[in-house]
Design a protein around this ligand. Structure first.
Ligand code: C2E
Ligand code: MG
Ligand code: MG
Length: 518
Protein backbone atom coordinates (compact mmCIF):
# COMPACT_ATOMS: atom_id res chain seq x y z
CA UNK A 1 0.00 0.00 0.00
CA UNK A 2 1.64 3.28 -0.98
CA UNK A 3 1.42 6.57 0.89
CA UNK A 4 -1.03 8.21 -1.49
CA UNK A 5 -3.40 5.29 -1.27
CA UNK A 6 -3.22 5.31 2.55
CA UNK A 7 -3.85 9.07 2.67
CA UNK A 8 -6.76 8.72 0.23
CA UNK A 9 -8.31 5.87 2.23
CA UNK A 10 -7.81 7.80 5.48
CA UNK A 11 -9.53 10.91 4.15
CA UNK A 12 -12.36 8.73 2.86
CA UNK A 13 -12.64 6.94 6.22
CA UNK A 14 -12.61 10.23 8.15
CA UNK A 15 -15.28 11.67 5.86
CA UNK A 16 -17.43 8.53 6.09
CA UNK A 17 -16.95 8.41 9.87
CA UNK A 18 -18.03 12.04 10.26
CA UNK A 19 -21.04 11.52 8.03
CA UNK A 20 -22.07 8.34 9.81
CA UNK A 21 -21.71 9.96 13.26
CA UNK A 22 -23.78 13.00 12.30
CA UNK A 23 -26.44 10.98 10.49
CA UNK A 24 -26.60 8.57 13.45
CA UNK A 25 -26.99 11.49 15.87
CA UNK A 26 -29.72 12.94 13.66
CA UNK A 27 -31.57 9.60 13.38
CA UNK A 28 -31.24 9.05 17.12
CA UNK A 29 -32.58 12.51 17.90
CA UNK A 30 -35.42 11.90 15.43
CA UNK A 31 -36.46 8.54 16.86
CA UNK A 32 -35.90 9.73 20.42
CA UNK A 33 -38.07 12.82 19.78
CA UNK A 34 -40.84 10.73 18.22
CA UNK A 35 -40.60 8.22 21.07
CA UNK A 36 -40.81 10.98 23.69
CA UNK A 37 -43.71 12.67 21.96
CA UNK A 38 -45.57 9.39 21.48
CA UNK A 39 -45.19 8.71 25.21
CA UNK A 40 -46.62 12.12 26.01
CA UNK A 41 -49.60 11.62 23.66
CA UNK A 42 -50.22 8.19 25.17
CA UNK A 43 -50.63 9.80 28.60
CA UNK A 44 -53.31 12.14 27.22
CA UNK A 45 -55.06 9.35 25.31
CA UNK A 46 -54.93 7.13 28.41
CA UNK A 47 -56.66 9.85 30.43
CA UNK A 48 -59.27 10.16 27.69
CA UNK A 49 -60.15 6.44 27.71
CA UNK A 50 -60.44 6.44 31.51
CA UNK A 51 -62.71 9.48 31.31
CA UNK A 52 -64.87 7.95 28.55
CA UNK A 53 -65.25 4.59 30.30
CA UNK A 54 -66.12 6.35 33.59
CA UNK A 55 -68.83 8.39 31.85
CA UNK A 56 -70.28 5.34 30.12
CA UNK A 57 -70.25 3.25 33.29
CA UNK A 58 -71.91 6.01 35.32
CA UNK A 59 -74.75 6.21 32.76
CA UNK A 60 -75.01 2.45 32.66
CA UNK A 61 -75.34 2.38 36.45
CA UNK A 62 -78.15 4.96 36.40
CA UNK A 63 -80.05 2.84 33.85
CA UNK A 64 -79.49 -0.39 35.78
CA UNK A 65 -80.60 1.21 39.10
CA UNK A 66 -83.80 2.50 37.47
CA UNK A 67 -85.16 -1.07 37.60
CA UNK A 68 -85.33 -0.62 41.39
CA UNK A 69 -87.60 2.48 41.28
CA UNK A 70 -90.71 1.63 43.36
CA UNK A 71 -93.06 4.56 42.72
CA UNK A 72 -95.89 4.26 40.11
CA UNK A 73 -94.59 5.37 36.66
CA UNK A 74 -94.61 9.16 36.13
CA UNK A 75 -95.99 9.79 39.62
CA UNK A 76 -94.57 12.79 41.49
CA UNK A 77 -92.40 10.37 43.49
CA UNK A 78 -91.18 8.53 40.33
CA UNK A 79 -90.15 11.79 38.71
CA UNK A 80 -88.42 12.71 41.96
CA UNK A 81 -86.53 9.37 41.88
CA UNK A 82 -85.36 10.05 38.28
CA UNK A 83 -84.36 13.62 39.19
CA UNK A 84 -82.30 12.39 42.14
CA UNK A 85 -80.57 9.80 39.92
CA UNK A 86 -79.67 12.58 37.44
CA UNK A 87 -78.44 14.92 40.18
CA UNK A 88 -76.34 12.19 41.78
CA UNK A 89 -74.72 11.30 38.50
CA UNK A 90 -72.21 13.89 37.28
CA UNK A 91 -72.54 12.85 33.66
CA UNK A 92 -76.24 12.26 32.99
CA UNK A 93 -78.15 15.38 31.91
CA UNK A 94 -81.64 13.96 31.74
CA UNK A 95 -83.51 10.73 32.27
CA UNK A 96 -86.72 9.58 30.55
CA UNK A 97 -89.38 6.92 31.08
CA UNK A 98 -91.00 5.19 28.06
CA UNK A 99 -94.08 3.11 27.79
CA UNK A 100 -95.10 1.34 24.63
CA UNK A 101 -92.45 3.27 22.67
CA UNK A 102 -93.65 6.69 23.85
CA UNK A 103 -91.90 9.08 26.25
CA UNK A 104 -94.19 9.45 29.26
CA UNK A 105 -92.14 11.52 31.64
CA UNK A 106 -88.57 12.75 32.21
CA UNK A 107 -86.54 13.92 35.17
CA UNK A 108 -88.01 17.39 34.27
CA UNK A 109 -91.62 16.21 34.71
CA UNK A 110 -94.51 14.62 32.80
CA UNK A 111 -94.35 14.88 29.01
CA UNK A 112 -97.44 16.31 27.48
CA UNK A 113 -96.36 16.08 23.83
CA UNK A 114 -96.35 12.79 21.96
CA UNK A 115 -92.67 11.81 21.73
CA UNK A 116 -91.81 8.45 20.23
CA UNK A 117 -88.62 6.55 21.08
CA UNK A 118 -86.03 7.22 18.35
CA UNK A 119 -84.37 4.34 16.53
CA UNK A 120 -81.02 3.40 18.05
CA UNK A 121 -77.79 3.50 16.09
CA UNK A 122 -76.48 0.29 17.63
CA UNK A 123 -76.77 -1.97 20.66
CA UNK A 124 -73.94 -2.64 23.04
CA UNK A 125 -72.97 -6.10 24.34
CA UNK A 126 -74.93 -5.59 27.58
CA UNK A 127 -78.11 -4.74 25.70
CA UNK A 128 -77.95 -0.94 26.03
CA UNK A 129 -79.20 0.75 22.87
CA UNK A 130 -77.22 3.78 21.82
CA UNK A 131 -78.38 6.76 19.79
CA UNK A 132 -75.62 9.18 18.97
CA UNK A 133 -76.33 12.89 18.33
CA UNK A 134 -79.96 12.75 19.43
CA UNK A 135 -81.98 15.96 19.54
CA UNK A 136 -83.75 16.17 22.95
CA UNK A 137 -87.41 16.98 22.26
CA UNK A 138 -88.24 18.22 25.72
CA UNK A 139 -85.44 20.77 26.20
CA UNK A 140 -84.60 21.17 22.48
CA UNK A 141 -81.05 21.83 23.71
CA UNK A 142 -77.82 20.62 22.10
CA UNK A 143 -77.57 17.18 20.58
CA UNK A 144 -77.01 14.42 23.12
CA UNK A 145 -75.94 10.79 23.30
CA UNK A 146 -78.90 8.65 24.42
CA UNK A 147 -78.53 5.29 26.13
CA UNK A 148 -81.68 3.20 26.40
CA UNK A 149 -82.25 0.14 28.62
CA UNK A 150 -85.69 -1.34 29.37
CA UNK A 151 -88.20 1.50 29.93
CA UNK A 152 -85.60 4.20 30.60
CA UNK A 153 -83.13 6.29 28.72
CA UNK A 154 -80.45 8.73 29.82
CA UNK A 155 -79.05 11.66 27.88
CA UNK A 156 -75.38 12.50 28.10
CA UNK A 157 -73.53 15.50 26.69
CA UNK A 158 -71.06 13.99 24.15
CA UNK A 159 -68.41 16.39 25.44
CA UNK A 160 -68.36 14.34 28.64
CA UNK A 161 -66.81 11.39 26.78
CA UNK A 162 -63.79 13.48 25.74
CA UNK A 163 -63.62 15.69 28.75
CA UNK A 164 -59.90 16.10 29.44
CA UNK A 165 -57.58 19.09 29.23
CA UNK A 166 -55.81 18.94 25.86
CA UNK A 167 -53.09 21.10 24.38
CA UNK A 168 -54.48 23.41 21.67
CA UNK A 169 -52.91 21.62 18.68
CA UNK A 170 -54.01 18.12 19.76
CA UNK A 171 -57.22 16.49 18.51
CA UNK A 172 -59.12 13.69 20.24
CA UNK A 173 -61.81 11.25 19.15
CA UNK A 174 -63.42 8.75 21.51
CA UNK A 175 -64.88 5.85 19.53
CA UNK A 176 -66.09 2.30 19.70
CA UNK A 177 -63.96 -0.41 18.10
CA UNK A 178 -66.02 -0.12 14.89
CA UNK A 179 -65.54 3.63 14.70
CA UNK A 180 -68.76 5.05 16.21
CA UNK A 181 -67.88 8.40 17.68
CA UNK A 182 -68.90 9.12 21.28
CA UNK A 183 -67.04 12.35 21.78
CA UNK A 184 -64.43 14.60 20.22
CA UNK A 185 -62.25 17.56 21.02
CA UNK A 186 -60.69 20.10 18.64
CA UNK A 187 -62.43 18.81 15.53
CA UNK A 188 -60.44 15.67 14.58
CA UNK A 189 -60.34 14.17 11.09
CA UNK A 190 -62.76 11.33 11.83
CA UNK A 191 -62.14 9.31 8.66
CA UNK A 192 -58.42 9.22 9.41
CA UNK A 193 -59.02 8.44 13.08
CA UNK A 194 -61.30 5.54 12.16
CA UNK A 195 -58.62 4.04 9.91
CA UNK A 196 -56.06 4.46 12.70
CA UNK A 197 -58.16 2.12 14.83
CA UNK A 198 -57.39 -0.68 12.38
CA UNK A 199 -54.01 0.26 10.92
CA UNK A 200 -51.29 1.35 13.36
CA UNK A 201 -49.91 4.82 12.64
CA UNK A 202 -46.90 4.68 10.26
CA UNK A 203 -43.73 6.77 10.35
CA UNK A 204 -44.78 8.99 7.43
CA UNK A 205 -44.75 12.75 7.48
CA UNK A 206 -48.43 12.99 8.60
CA UNK A 207 -49.61 13.92 12.07
CA UNK A 208 -48.27 11.91 14.96
CA UNK A 209 -51.03 9.77 16.45
CA UNK A 210 -51.61 7.24 19.19
CA UNK A 211 -54.51 4.89 19.91
CA UNK A 212 -55.24 3.80 23.48
CA UNK A 213 -57.90 1.15 23.91
CA UNK A 214 -60.27 1.20 26.92
CA UNK A 215 -62.97 -1.30 27.94
CA UNK A 216 -65.80 -0.12 25.65
CA UNK A 217 -64.36 3.04 24.19
CA UNK A 218 -61.00 3.87 22.58
CA UNK A 219 -59.19 7.18 22.29
CA UNK A 220 -57.40 8.34 19.14
CA UNK A 221 -55.16 11.32 19.76
CA UNK A 222 -53.26 13.19 17.07
CA UNK A 223 -50.83 16.06 16.96
CA UNK A 224 -49.53 18.00 13.93
CA UNK A 225 -46.12 17.10 12.53
CA UNK A 226 -44.79 20.58 13.21
CA UNK A 227 -44.91 19.88 16.93
CA UNK A 228 -42.81 16.75 16.42
CA UNK A 229 -40.25 18.75 14.44
CA UNK A 230 -39.97 21.21 17.32
CA UNK A 231 -39.16 18.35 19.63
CA UNK A 232 -36.67 16.89 17.16
CA UNK A 233 -34.93 20.25 17.14
CA UNK A 234 -34.80 20.17 20.95
CA UNK A 235 -33.39 16.64 20.94
CA UNK A 236 -30.85 17.60 18.34
CA UNK A 237 -29.43 20.24 20.61
CA UNK A 238 -28.92 17.46 23.12
CA UNK A 239 -27.63 14.75 20.77
CA UNK A 240 -25.73 16.65 18.10
CA UNK A 241 -22.82 17.48 20.46
CA UNK A 242 -22.46 13.71 20.99
CA UNK A 243 -22.52 13.18 17.24
CA UNK A 244 -19.94 15.91 16.74
CA UNK A 245 -17.75 14.44 19.52
CA UNK A 246 -18.05 10.96 18.01
CA UNK A 247 -17.11 12.41 14.61
CA UNK A 248 -14.08 14.17 16.12
CA UNK A 249 -13.09 10.98 17.92
CA UNK A 250 -13.39 9.00 14.69
CA UNK A 251 -11.34 11.55 12.79
CA UNK A 252 -8.74 11.36 15.58
CA UNK A 253 -8.66 7.57 15.37
CA UNK A 254 -8.35 7.66 11.58
CA UNK A 255 -5.48 10.17 11.78
CA UNK A 256 -3.80 8.06 14.44
CA UNK A 257 -4.22 4.87 12.41
CA UNK A 258 -3.01 6.58 9.25
CA UNK A 259 0.05 7.98 10.98
CA UNK A 260 0.73 4.58 12.47
CA UNK A 261 0.29 2.94 9.11
CA UNK A 262 2.49 5.55 7.49
CA UNK A 263 5.20 5.22 10.08
CA UNK A 264 7.81 2.51 9.87
CA UNK A 265 6.69 1.13 13.20
CA UNK A 266 3.09 0.87 12.03
CA UNK A 267 4.17 -0.90 8.89
CA UNK A 268 6.37 -3.22 10.92
CA UNK A 269 3.43 -4.10 13.16
CA UNK A 270 1.37 -4.95 10.09
CA UNK A 271 4.26 -7.02 8.70
CA UNK A 272 4.44 -8.98 11.97
CA UNK A 273 0.70 -9.65 11.81
CA UNK A 274 0.90 -10.74 8.19
CA UNK A 275 4.11 -12.70 8.60
CA UNK A 276 5.77 -10.48 6.03
CA UNK A 277 9.32 -11.67 6.67
CA UNK A 278 11.61 -14.05 4.89
CA UNK A 279 14.83 -15.61 6.07
CA UNK A 280 18.12 -15.56 4.18
CA UNK A 281 21.05 -17.77 5.00
CA UNK A 282 24.68 -16.70 5.11
CA UNK A 283 27.06 -19.65 4.81
CA UNK A 284 29.43 -20.57 7.65
CA UNK A 285 32.57 -22.36 6.56
CA UNK A 286 35.39 -24.33 8.05
CA UNK A 287 38.16 -22.03 6.92
CA UNK A 288 40.84 -24.68 6.59
CA UNK A 289 38.83 -27.22 4.59
CA UNK A 290 36.48 -24.76 2.88
CA UNK A 291 33.58 -27.00 3.85
CA UNK A 292 30.22 -25.32 4.54
CA UNK A 293 29.08 -26.46 7.97
CA UNK A 294 25.96 -24.38 8.25
CA UNK A 295 24.60 -20.88 8.04
CA UNK A 296 23.31 -17.94 9.99
CA UNK A 297 19.62 -17.22 9.57
CA UNK A 298 19.18 -13.50 8.86
CA UNK A 299 15.70 -12.08 8.72
CA UNK A 300 14.59 -9.91 5.81
CA UNK A 301 11.56 -7.68 5.77
CA UNK A 302 10.02 -7.51 2.32
CA UNK A 303 7.76 -4.46 2.22
CA UNK A 304 4.57 -4.34 0.21
CA UNK A 305 6.24 -2.15 -2.42
CA UNK A 306 8.83 -4.87 -2.98
CA UNK A 307 11.70 -3.12 -1.19
CA UNK A 308 13.78 -4.94 1.44
CA UNK A 309 14.46 -3.34 4.80
CA UNK A 310 17.81 -4.12 6.43
CA UNK A 311 17.53 -5.79 9.83
CA UNK A 312 19.80 -3.21 11.50
CA UNK A 313 17.02 -0.71 10.72
CA UNK A 314 14.01 -2.61 11.96
CA UNK A 315 15.36 -5.05 14.56
CA UNK A 316 16.14 -2.27 17.10
CA UNK A 317 12.69 -0.78 16.40
CA UNK A 318 11.06 -4.18 16.92
CA UNK A 319 13.04 -4.65 20.13
CA UNK A 320 11.91 -1.30 21.51
CA UNK A 321 8.27 -1.97 20.70
CA UNK A 322 7.76 -5.55 21.79
CA UNK A 323 7.54 -6.93 18.24
CA UNK A 324 10.83 -8.80 18.23
CA UNK A 325 9.54 -11.94 19.92
CA UNK A 326 6.98 -12.50 17.17
CA UNK A 327 9.72 -12.01 14.58
CA UNK A 328 12.00 -14.51 16.36
CA UNK A 329 9.16 -17.03 16.38
CA UNK A 330 8.61 -16.55 12.66
CA UNK A 331 12.33 -16.97 11.96
CA UNK A 332 12.52 -20.16 14.07
CA UNK A 333 9.50 -21.65 12.33
CA UNK A 334 10.80 -20.71 8.88
CA UNK A 335 14.22 -22.25 9.55
CA UNK A 336 12.70 -25.48 10.80
CA UNK A 337 10.28 -25.58 7.91
CA UNK A 338 13.05 -24.93 5.35
CA UNK A 339 15.59 -27.42 6.72
CA UNK A 340 13.35 -30.10 8.27
CA UNK A 341 14.18 -32.75 5.68
CA UNK A 342 17.80 -31.69 5.14
CA UNK A 343 18.62 -31.89 8.85
CA UNK A 344 17.64 -35.55 8.77
CA UNK A 345 20.00 -36.21 5.89
CA UNK A 346 22.85 -33.96 7.12
CA UNK A 347 23.61 -34.77 10.78
CA UNK A 348 26.28 -32.03 11.11
CA UNK A 349 24.43 -29.19 9.40
CA UNK A 350 23.48 -26.37 11.75
CA UNK A 351 21.70 -23.05 11.38
CA UNK A 352 22.34 -20.19 13.80
CA UNK A 353 19.40 -18.08 14.92
CA UNK A 354 19.79 -14.62 16.49
CA UNK A 355 18.05 -14.29 19.84
CA UNK A 356 17.05 -10.87 21.20
CA UNK A 357 17.82 -9.52 24.67
CA UNK A 358 14.26 -9.85 25.99
CA UNK A 359 14.10 -13.50 25.03
CA UNK A 360 17.48 -14.21 26.57
CA UNK A 361 16.24 -12.70 29.80
CA UNK A 362 13.05 -14.77 29.97
CA UNK A 363 13.92 -17.88 27.98
CA UNK A 364 10.43 -17.67 26.44
CA UNK A 365 11.60 -18.61 22.94
CA UNK A 366 12.87 -21.99 24.17
CA UNK A 367 9.36 -23.29 24.73
CA UNK A 368 8.33 -22.22 21.23
CA UNK A 369 11.48 -23.71 19.75
CA UNK A 370 11.17 -27.01 21.61
CA UNK A 371 7.58 -27.41 20.50
CA UNK A 372 8.43 -26.60 16.86
CA UNK A 373 11.38 -29.02 16.88
CA UNK A 374 9.27 -31.75 18.43
CA UNK A 375 6.50 -31.23 15.86
CA UNK A 376 9.00 -31.43 13.00
CA UNK A 377 11.02 -34.28 14.50
CA UNK A 378 14.25 -32.27 14.30
CA UNK A 379 17.11 -32.61 16.82
CA UNK A 380 18.01 -29.48 18.81
CA UNK A 381 21.72 -29.71 17.90
CA UNK A 382 20.87 -28.46 14.39
CA UNK A 383 19.96 -25.07 15.77
CA UNK A 384 22.62 -22.80 17.22
CA UNK A 385 21.62 -19.74 19.13
CA UNK A 386 23.46 -16.42 18.78
CA UNK A 387 23.25 -13.96 21.64
CA UNK A 388 24.86 -10.53 21.51
CA UNK A 389 26.68 -9.12 24.52
CA UNK A 390 23.87 -6.59 24.98
CA UNK A 391 21.52 -9.49 25.63
CA UNK A 392 23.85 -10.97 28.21
CA UNK A 393 24.07 -7.96 30.51
CA UNK A 394 21.67 -9.56 32.97
CA UNK A 395 24.13 -12.37 33.56
CA UNK A 396 22.02 -14.33 36.07
CA UNK A 397 18.99 -14.53 33.80
CA UNK A 398 21.19 -15.22 30.76
CA UNK A 399 22.97 -18.03 32.57
CA UNK A 400 19.66 -19.78 33.25
CA UNK A 401 18.49 -19.40 29.63
CA UNK A 402 21.84 -20.58 28.23
CA UNK A 403 21.87 -23.55 30.57
CA UNK A 404 18.35 -24.48 29.51
CA UNK A 405 19.22 -24.11 25.84
CA UNK A 406 22.33 -26.26 26.17
CA UNK A 407 20.50 -28.86 28.22
CA UNK A 408 17.98 -29.07 25.38
CA UNK A 409 20.83 -29.72 22.95
CA UNK A 410 21.51 -26.32 21.36
CA UNK A 411 24.94 -24.75 21.00
CA UNK A 412 25.11 -21.12 22.16
CA UNK A 413 27.40 -18.49 20.65
CA UNK A 414 28.22 -15.00 21.82
CA UNK A 415 27.66 -12.70 18.80
CA UNK A 416 29.44 -9.47 17.82
CA UNK A 417 32.06 -10.21 20.43
CA UNK A 418 34.26 -7.28 21.35
CA UNK A 419 31.71 -4.53 20.79
CA UNK A 420 30.44 -4.48 24.37
CA UNK A 421 32.33 -3.57 27.49
CA UNK A 422 31.32 -6.63 29.47
CA UNK A 423 32.89 -9.11 27.07
CA UNK A 424 35.39 -10.56 29.44
CA UNK A 425 33.12 -11.09 32.40
CA UNK A 426 30.56 -12.59 30.00
CA UNK A 427 32.99 -15.11 28.75
CA UNK A 428 34.04 -16.23 32.21
CA UNK A 429 30.59 -16.37 33.76
CA UNK A 430 28.52 -17.97 31.02
CA UNK A 431 28.54 -21.56 29.77
CA UNK A 432 29.04 -20.75 26.07
CA UNK A 433 29.99 -22.97 23.13
CA UNK A 434 31.22 -20.49 20.57
CA UNK A 435 32.44 -16.93 20.11
CA UNK A 436 31.80 -14.81 17.01
CA UNK A 437 34.37 -12.06 16.59
CA UNK A 438 32.61 -8.89 15.45
CA UNK A 439 33.20 -7.86 11.86
CA UNK A 440 34.61 -4.49 12.91
CA UNK A 441 37.74 -6.33 14.10
CA UNK A 442 37.92 -8.44 11.00
CA UNK A 443 37.59 -5.67 8.45
CA UNK A 444 40.87 -4.20 9.57
CA UNK A 445 42.62 -7.44 10.41
CA UNK A 446 46.21 -7.39 9.34
CA UNK A 447 45.86 -3.73 8.23
CA UNK A 448 45.03 -1.75 11.31
CA UNK A 449 47.61 -1.99 14.01
CA UNK A 450 45.38 -1.31 16.96
CA UNK A 451 42.63 -3.73 15.99
CA UNK A 452 45.05 -6.35 14.79
CA UNK A 453 46.54 -6.38 18.19
CA UNK A 454 43.10 -7.02 19.76
CA UNK A 455 42.06 -9.92 17.54
CA UNK A 456 44.88 -12.31 18.57
CA UNK A 457 43.97 -11.69 22.21
CA UNK A 458 40.34 -12.53 21.60
CA UNK A 459 41.34 -15.69 19.79
CA UNK A 460 43.76 -16.70 22.54
CA UNK A 461 41.15 -16.11 25.20
CA UNK A 462 38.52 -18.12 23.35
CA UNK A 463 40.95 -20.97 22.96
CA UNK A 464 41.71 -20.92 26.67
CA UNK A 465 38.01 -21.18 27.39
CA UNK A 466 37.73 -23.95 24.80
CA UNK A 467 35.20 -22.06 22.71
CA UNK A 468 34.71 -22.57 19.01
CA UNK A 469 35.75 -19.38 17.19
CA UNK A 470 33.86 -17.85 14.28
CA UNK A 471 35.08 -14.77 12.46
CA UNK A 472 32.32 -12.81 10.76
CA UNK A 473 32.54 -10.22 8.03
CA UNK A 474 35.43 -11.81 6.14
CA UNK A 475 35.63 -10.00 2.81
CA UNK A 476 39.13 -10.68 1.53
CA UNK A 477 41.48 -13.58 1.15
CA UNK A 478 44.08 -11.67 3.23
CA UNK A 479 41.70 -11.43 6.14
CA UNK A 480 40.92 -15.12 5.82
CA UNK A 481 44.60 -16.07 5.73
CA UNK A 482 45.41 -13.87 8.68
CA UNK A 483 42.58 -15.33 10.79
CA UNK A 484 43.41 -18.85 9.78
CA UNK A 485 47.01 -18.24 10.84
CA UNK A 486 45.72 -17.11 14.22
CA UNK A 487 43.88 -20.42 14.55
CA UNK A 488 40.32 -19.25 13.85
CA UNK A 489 38.42 -22.33 12.79
CA UNK A 490 35.18 -20.99 11.22
CA UNK A 491 34.51 -18.04 8.97
CA UNK A 492 31.51 -16.19 7.62
CA UNK A 493 31.52 -13.28 5.20
CA UNK A 494 31.12 -12.01 1.67
CA UNK A 495 34.32 -13.74 0.68
CA UNK A 496 32.39 -16.98 0.91
CA UNK A 497 28.90 -15.83 0.31
CA UNK A 498 26.32 -13.19 1.15
CA UNK A 499 23.08 -14.02 2.90
CA UNK A 500 20.93 -15.76 0.28
CA UNK A 501 17.48 -17.31 -0.07
CA UNK A 502 17.04 -20.92 1.04
CA UNK A 503 17.14 -22.58 -2.40
CA UNK A 504 20.30 -20.70 -3.34
CA UNK A 505 21.91 -21.59 -0.03
CA UNK A 506 21.14 -25.29 -0.55
CA UNK A 507 22.88 -25.19 -3.93
CA UNK A 508 25.88 -23.53 -2.24
CA UNK A 509 25.81 -26.04 0.58
CA UNK A 510 25.64 -29.06 -1.72
CA UNK A 511 28.69 -27.81 -3.61
CA UNK A 512 30.69 -27.11 -0.44
CA UNK A 513 29.61 -29.75 2.02
CA UNK A 514 31.87 -32.31 3.70
CA UNK A 515 32.82 -35.13 1.36
CA UNK A 516 32.32 -32.98 -1.74
CA UNK A 517 29.13 -32.31 -3.75
CA UNK A 518 26.48 -34.87 -2.86
P1 C2E B 1 24.74 -10.26 12.95
O1 C2E B 1 24.01 -11.34 13.65
O2 C2E B 1 26.07 -9.91 13.44
O3 C2E B 1 24.72 -10.67 11.42
C1 C2E B 1 25.74 -10.47 10.59
C2 C2E B 1 25.51 -9.28 9.76
O4 C2E B 1 26.70 -9.00 9.08
C3 C2E B 1 24.45 -9.56 8.71
O5 C2E B 1 23.83 -8.38 8.40
C4 C2E B 1 25.27 -9.95 7.53
O6 C2E B 1 24.63 -9.80 6.28
C5 C2E B 1 26.42 -8.97 7.68
N1 C2E B 1 27.61 -9.45 6.99
C6 C2E B 1 27.98 -10.72 6.79
N2 C2E B 1 29.14 -10.80 6.11
C7 C2E B 1 29.53 -9.53 5.86
C8 C2E B 1 30.68 -8.97 5.22
O7 C2E B 1 31.56 -9.65 4.70
N3 C2E B 1 30.79 -7.60 5.20
C9 C2E B 1 29.83 -6.82 5.75
N4 C2E B 1 29.99 -5.49 5.69
N5 C2E B 1 28.73 -7.31 6.36
C10 C2E B 1 28.59 -8.66 6.44
P2 C2E B 1 22.29 -8.22 8.42
O8 C2E B 1 21.69 -9.41 7.77
O9 C2E B 1 22.03 -6.87 7.87
O10 C2E B 1 21.97 -8.30 9.92
C11 C2E B 1 22.32 -7.29 10.76
C12 C2E B 1 22.03 -7.66 12.16
O11 C2E B 1 20.63 -7.77 12.38
C13 C2E B 1 22.57 -9.02 12.58
O12 C2E B 1 23.88 -8.93 12.94
C14 C2E B 1 21.69 -9.34 13.77
O13 C2E B 1 22.18 -8.71 14.93
C15 C2E B 1 20.42 -8.71 13.39
N6 C2E B 1 19.52 -9.76 12.94
C16 C2E B 1 19.42 -10.31 11.72
N7 C2E B 1 18.48 -11.26 11.70
C17 C2E B 1 17.97 -11.31 12.97
C18 C2E B 1 16.97 -12.10 13.59
O14 C2E B 1 16.36 -12.98 12.99
N8 C2E B 1 16.74 -11.88 14.92
C19 C2E B 1 17.41 -10.93 15.61
N9 C2E B 1 17.14 -10.78 16.90
N10 C2E B 1 18.36 -10.19 15.06
C20 C2E B 1 18.64 -10.36 13.75
MG1 MG C 1 24.25 -12.96 14.41
MG1 MG D 1 27.32 -10.62 14.41
Amino acid sequence: MNRRYIIFISILAAFAGTLISLVTAFCLSWSSAIGEERKRLTVFAGQATVRADLTLNAARKVLQNAGQFTAPPCSEQHIQEMRLAVINSKNVEEMGYFDAGLLKCTSWGVTTARVAQVASDFTMADGIQVTLRMQPVVTMGKRMTALHLGSYNVLIDPARFADIVLEPEMTLAVMTADGRVFGTQHDPDLAMNRSLLHVPPGPDGGPLSVVVRGVDLHAVLTEPHARVLERVAQQQWLLMPFGASAALLLIGIVIWLARRRLSLLGELGVAVDRRGFSVHYQPLLNMRSGVCVGAEALVRWCRADGSMVRPDLFIPLAERNGLIQAITDQVMHTVIHDFKEHFKAEPDLHIAINICAQDIKTGRFLNVLEQALRDAGVAARHLWLEMTERGLIDTDAARITIARARAAGHAVAIDDFGTGYSSLSCLQDLPLDALKIDKSFISSSGLDLLNSSVTPHIVAMAKTLQLKIVAEGIETREQADYLQALGVEFGQGWLYGKAMPFAEFMVFYQSRKAGGPG
